[in-house]
Design a protein around this ligand. Sequence first.
Ligand code: MRU
Length: 356
Amino acid sequence: MNALPFPFPVVTWDDQAVVLIDQTLLPEQIEFRRCNDIPSLCLAISELAVRGAPAIGVAAGFGLVLSWRLNMVGENDPKKILEQFLADKKQLAATRPTAVNLFWALDRVGAMTAEMVTKGESAESISSALFAEAQAILDEDVAMCRSLGMHGQELLRDYSTVLTHCNAGGLATGGYGTAVGVVFAAKESGKSISVFADETRPLLQGARLTAWELQNQGIEVTVVCDSAAATLLSQGKVDAVITGADRIAANGDAANKIGTYPLAVLADRHGIPFYVAAPGSTFDAGTETGQDIAIELRDPGEVHQFHGGRATPEGVAAWNPAFDVTPNDLITAIISEHGIIRPPYRENLAKVWGSE
Ligand code: MRU
């Protein structure tokens, strides 16, 4: 398997296109998908060619650059360009409902654009400013992940074993990773960490992506079926469970890939710390509790299909929620770019991220 540069070039801008590592093809093939228009980018997000909360945010930022530049062709009036830009923004916002980073990035870039239009800036200068803002979202994400990784690795002793779920690694972010970023940072600090990666049915982000990127970086990784987690924890084989998040509510409840909540229950049962690693772009002060988080329901076909074949009898129903919510009382700490956040979460999250 070819190695990629690290931090991984998950989302980049190249010659008027948003370029993505096509994560639907990993680990068998490393291919880049060029999105030259908004429908192709929306499809890439909804098909999970680019996925993971921070990576979706980065893709959305560059998506708005693409929108502006495409709508500038044959049109100089920023007010007219803005009309179509806002329609494209709406399309991008409709791709996936749970990861708040998508809306955070769209709002950040959208607000800046609307302000520049109001001030009477030229279409050309707005175009340059948009690119700078989208690139800043990417660069800041890598910096935040590096920083949260460094804080998080202090929670791990040398020779610790971590269990993680889904893929909260470089591929899910601007390139460095959140939960898996903690493991990368531990390695950079000279620690030897091994990882159990839940396979993460139905789309196998753990088996395909987390295992691939840890192996790519020379970190020992063992894939387990999701249903093996209880046995793993009960046998004392894990020192800490670390996952990412798609949205953290004001009270600390955290949405993440379906199957995260049971891990938190198991960690509690077995006295093992359960950490959520996430940057400020994943915190949603406007969402009071986890109950207010929209949970994406995906195509039941993803459950019916397994490894290229059908796993269920024809005519049987399947239910496919993509995320669950871990209640804050099961979270030992939230690992952020500003340090380790502990309960009471409502107060402590507001202190750390409330003003951002
Ligand atoms: O459906 P996905 O693959 O986008 O889900 C991703 C996750 O649940 C990740 O754990 C989460 O986005 C955190 S990524 C740093």
